[in-house]
Design a protein around this ligand. Sequence first.
Ligand code: HEM
Length: 91
Amino acid sequence: MVTVWMGSANRDETQFDRPDEFVVDRNPNPHLSFGNGIHFCLGAPLARLESKIVLSAVLERLPNLRIDPNATLEFIPSTGVYGIKSLPVLL
Ligand code: HEM
């Protein structure tokens, strides 16, 4: 079985400038989060549209939204899904 390590692929320094930074307007952005090739995610356009709508709405309604600088982040113990369990924010 072959497992893709997405967290590493999407931080490939041969593909991305500043690979460890979240650059929201990165362009081009050859990430592999939606897969690649024949099985590329069929829902990618829907996921992108929904993300755009929800992020715009949240930022419009909560203009002071920011990450709590005192938060202690706990990572999900998984090689498949990279992320944190929760992201405490301040309003
Ligand atoms: C942020 C949200 C999403 C992410 C990160 C994501 C990620 C992925 C990835 C990595 C694959 C490729 C799997 C592989 O190569 O075996 C995939 C396939 C697929 N995704 Fe998504 N997906 C998302 C949302 C959605 C949504 C909203 C739908 C449907 C409404 C969807 C439907 C599918 C389908 C049907 C496939 C299989 C395509 C195929 O095998 O030809 N996905 N997705």
